[in-house]
Design a protein around this ligand. Structure first.
Ligand code: NCD
Length: 306
């Protein structure tokens, strides 16, 4: 396996200059895209090969975002969207699926899978780069990068900023990736959630029992979906109680500073972690995250073989 392979499974090996270069490349791509769209509407790169997008777990944003990013960067995406209609239904393993698709010679892999798959082992066993598009609870590096890119676009730095996560922190791979990214970019992480949704170990994080205290502290708040599908037993808390104590609405969000940011990685459970009225708050940049995600992923893909 060539040591120069630029897979992205975790963020902890990235450096501040590398991430800042990625952010600046993403913003250049955004400016170029806007310019082309306004003039001729033409925006394409020459064909460079195929990319295997293997989504063994459900996704809308991340899959479409990577698909758009591949197309814009000149790679035709070959997509596996869940197991339905594939040989996974006949008992073929995820690993064997990957090795067979690899025989069709895609240039790189983009994989979303559960915790039972060892993405590190798969990455080590093939020579093509592997991009983690959400791996169980372990991490979702491009989501954390697009979140921070969106903050960077507004503040120009993440240094000294406070980012508050509200909601299902325990099951969130987005939080896992932010825990890797925070020391590199110099921001602090806070948690506000009922005890059932907090992880048992809270490494170097402020924990706010009262959401209002957390909102007062935060420069940005990232609400997280209550991930019912990852809860072991029947619901341990009442969603109505959750909404009462931790749900974000226009009244409660007044506690956040004027130039603060309101985010959510999606999909949103409206009426649980967030009321739809929040989208009308000028500090809300949930769809900007989605927009920026394509440029960020395009920048990563364009950098794969440089
Ligand atoms: C998240 C995910 O799948 O990890 N969403 C996303 O990728 N945009 C969060 C979630 O599922 O709640």
């Amino acid at each position: 396996m060539p040591s120069s392979k630029s897979s992205l499974i975790k963020l902890d090996r990235l450096t501040t200059p590398k991430i800042e270069k990625l952010f600046s490349d993403s913003m250049t791509l955004k400016q170029n895209f806007n310019k082309h769209q306004l003039s001729s509407g033409v925006y394409h790169s020459g064909y460079k090969g195929t990319a295997a997008l293997l989504f063994f777990e459900p996704s809308t944003r991340t899959r479409f975002s990577f698909e758009a990013a591949c197309s814009r960067a000149g790679y035709h995406p070959l997509i596996l969207d869940g197991g339905v209609g594939t040989s996974l239904e006949k008992g073929e393993t995820i690993e064997d699926t990957i090795y067979n698709i690899r025989a069709m010679r895609p240039m790189f892999f983009i994989v979303r899978c559960n915790d039972l798959v060892n993405l590190n082992e798969i990455d080590a066993s093939i020579s093509e780069p592997v991009l983690n598009a959400g791996w169980g609870r372990q991490g979702h590096p491009t989501q954390a990068l697009l979140d921070t890119l969106t903050m960077f676009e507004k503040w120009n730095t993440l240094k000294g900023k406070n980012i508050l996560f509200v909601g299902d922190i325990k099951h969130s791979r987005v939080v896992s990736s932010h825990l890797e990214l925070a020391p590199i970019l110099g921001y602090k992480i806070g948690f506000s959630a009922p005890p059932e949704l907090l992880p048992s170990v809270k490494p170097q994080c402020e924990v706010f029992t009262k959401l209002d205290d957390g909102l007062n502290w935060a420069d940005a708040v990232i609400a997280l979906r209550v991930q019912k599908e990852r809860h072991d037993s029947e619901n341990i808390f009442l969603l109505e109680d959750y909404r009462e104590a931790y749900g974000l609405n226009l009244k409660r969000i007044q506690a956040l500073k004027q130039d603060g940011l309101i985010m959510h990685p999606g999909p949103i459970n409206y009426g649980i972690e967030l009321e739809s009225e929040i989208l009308s708050d000028p500090r809300s940049c949930i769809l900007k995250q989605v927009e920026n995600g394509v440029f960020l992923r395009e920048a990563i893909i364009r950098g794969l073989f440089n």
